[in-house]
Design a protein around this ligand. Structure first.
Ligand SMILES: CC(C)(COP(=O)(O)OP(=O)(O)OC[C@H]1O[C@@H](n2cnc3c(N)ncnc32)[C@H](O)[C@@H]1OP(=O)(O)O)[C@@H](O)C(=O)NCCC(=O)NCCS
Length: 176
């Protein structure tokens, strides 16, 4: 399958375009907030720089990372970590705290899931989060994902082993 990086994709309120190096400073600035990174290790300037550089340099068919633009401002991101052989991807997302609670991530994630199923030919999209991260699980439920299960003490965040919950959606379930 020949996958072309799109210039952008659109939702009612948002433009989603591939991540660019100019987004680095914005992500570094919003992820430094203590509440923003309360379940994550991803917040130091170095860890954000490593993530952004890697995302930009990855082949699109392996990591399709969109930045979320609202009123010409970059405010967050949604990415697909793709395993094309399995027609499967993990979806990850985050948003500047100034914009929480407005349904922006559910709107962006729904569009990227549609892109994954319709344009990339994926058949399953899953997401994982710290069991304590109820806002993130709220997003997964709102977009119609089904709980897969809990992996006990599966990851290390902030120097402690954490329970991780998985959700997923199949192409056959999408838009039912
Ligand atoms: C998780 C996250 C992406 C949700 O994005 P969002 O666009 O705010 O999503 P929603 O508008 O649907 O809100 C989701 C939940 O966030 C919580 N929330 C909303 N506003 C909030 C605020 N100001 N402060 C704290 N939590 C808030 C609510 O529980 C809400 O659920 P509800 O709509 O059922 O009440 C966002 O909170 C975020 O970026 N968090 C930090 C990074 C992160 O944890 N990413 C996910 C890693 S798996």
């Amino acid at each position: 399958m020949n996958i072309k990086k799109p210039e952008y994709i659109q939702t009612k309120r948002l433009t989603l375009r591939p991540i660019e190096i100019q987004d680095l400073e914005i992500i570094q600035n919003y992820s430094i907030d203590k509440e923003w990174h309360r379940f994550l290790d991803f917040h130091t300037k170095e860890s954000v720089k490593e993530f952004v550089t890697k995302a930009i340099n990855s082949p699109w068919e392996e990591h399709a990372r969109f930045s979320i633009i609202l009123d010409k401002k970059m405010i967050g991101g949604v990415g697909l970590y793709i395993e094309m052989k399995e027609k499967r991807a993990e979806i990850g997302y985050s948003l500047s705290k100034n914009y929480w609670g407005k349904g922006i991530i559910p709107e962006a994630v729904a569009r990227v899931i549609e892109y994954g199923f319709e344009d990339l030919g994926l058949e399953k999209i899953f997401a994982q989060t710290d069991l304590r991260n109820t806002p993130s699980q709220g997003v997964m439920k709102k977009i119609g994902m089904t709980k897969e299960g809990i992996f006990r003490k599966h990851a290390i965040a902030q120097n402690k082993r954490r329970d991780i919950i998985y959700f997923s959606i199949l192409k056959s379930e999408w838009k039912k």
